[in-house]
Design a protein around this ligand. Structure first.
Ligand SMILES: *Cc1c(COP(=O)(O)O)cnc(C)c1O
Length: 349
């Protein structure tokens, strides 16, 4: 006999990337932003008063809603604050899925989706991408929730908003389309407009990547007022806290810092891709803060081991749909140089 529900007993659970406690390692394995957050964020956190700590926070994070609405050209009622983007995925799965209401998404993609579905006992419909990561047919899966991660992890590809508009229209009345835009800050477009114009679209945003706030835990949804109202019923009453609301608000309001930070990562991304290709890696175009590299002159796990010996951590994938590949987060110029130097040590010779 197990104390747990059968699906929980069977569940393997999501495996987070390795987080070292300290040391001088070069950490390019979990897609964190390598630069610190805006100084305004640190200031905002320092300004939290004992009274703010004593009281419950704003249940809907009103100050953040206002700020995020302004930046995205929507109204505050279109915004839902979340304890990281993952919180929104969890809320959506609980709101739309159960034993009789499946979730569908193209694969390979973010491996948290099936874990959340299993918790909910919801059937999972995984539709494979083709080799070029074009959007597969998702309009007739019968799912209640359809998720498209765009740009997609772990390969960095981007589907044009027009294509997702067509999909959303076909899904109307049948399925909610959740577009996971965790990496959108590094891409050439976004689907914000869909979320306000179409009743069945939810956009997920994260403050973890573009705003360097992974440790603070903040993300948000953009959707029609009707969907937001429903999602509010499902979320924890106080799912974001006084500190994270203040931090996230300061971060979105410092546009100058944000844009500069993102530009640095985009230009480092281009340099990293070029260098990796020179070493014989096949690296597709990326619209994120990471690249997916395939090594053509040997096994990628050897490369991974050599890098670990030099204190450089990347992510190694060897899954049925992701054979022998390295996912490398774009670091600072110094971190990327360290990676390139290390590769030169054991690859060129
Ligand atoms: C990082 C990430 C999220 C959300 O992460 P949070 O840290 O919870 O905001 C969601 N989807 C994908 C694909 C991600 O990589």
């Amino acid at each position: 006999m197990s104390y747990f529900r059968e699906n929980i007993e069977k569940l393997k659970g999501y495996v987070p990337g390795f987080q070292p406690s300290q040391g001088t390692i070069v950490k390019l394995n979990t897609n964190e932003n390598p630069y610190p957050p805006s100084p305004k964020v640190v200031e905002a956190i320092g300004g939290i008063s004992p009274d703010q700590m004593r009281r419950y926070p704003q249940a809907l994070g009103d100050v953040f809603r206002e700020a995020a609405a302004e930046i995205n050209g929507v109204s505050p009622e279109n915004i839902l604050c979340c304890n990281g983007g993952d919180d929104l995925l969890n809320i959506a799965m609980r709101a739309f899925c159960d034993e009789n209401r499946p979730v569908a998404y193209p694969v390979p993609t973010y491996t948290l989706y099936p874990v959340l579905a299993e918790l909910q006992n919801a059937p999972v419909i995984e539709v494979p991408f083709d080799a070029d990561f074009n959007l597969p047919a998702l309009e007739d899966t019968g799912a209640s929730l359809t998720i498209v991660c765009n740009p997609n992890a772990p390969n960095g590809s981007f589907i044009e908003p027009e294509e997702l508009t067509l999909l959303a229209e076909k899904l109307k009345g049948k399925s909610v389309l959740l577009i996971d835009e965790a990496y959108v800050d590094f891409s050439s477009g976004n689907c914000t407009e869909l979320a306000v114009n179409l009743e069945n679209v939810i956009i997920l945003r994260s403050m973890s990547k573009g705003y360097s706030l992974a440790g603070i835990r903040f993300g948000y949804a953009i959707a029609s007022k009707r969907l937001i109202t429903g999602l509010i019923k499902v979320k924890d009453s106080y799912n974001v806290n006084a500190v994270s609301i203040a931090a996230a608000t300061a971060a979105v309001l410092d546009r100058t810092y944000f844009l500069k930070n993102v530009e640095k990562i985009k230009s480092e991304r281009a340099r990293l891709i070029k260098n990796l290709r020179d070493f014989g890696f096949i690296v597709p175009r990326s619209e994120t803060n990471f690249v997916l590299a395939r090594y053509t002159r040997g096994n990628a796990n050897k490369v991974y081991d050599e890098l670990v010996q030099r204190g450089i951590y990347v992510r190694y994938f060897d899954l049925p749909d992701l054979k022998d590949k390295l996912r490398i987060t774009v670091g600072t110029k110094e971190q990327n140089d360290a990676l390139i130097e290390a590769l030169r040590e054991f690859l060129d010779s």
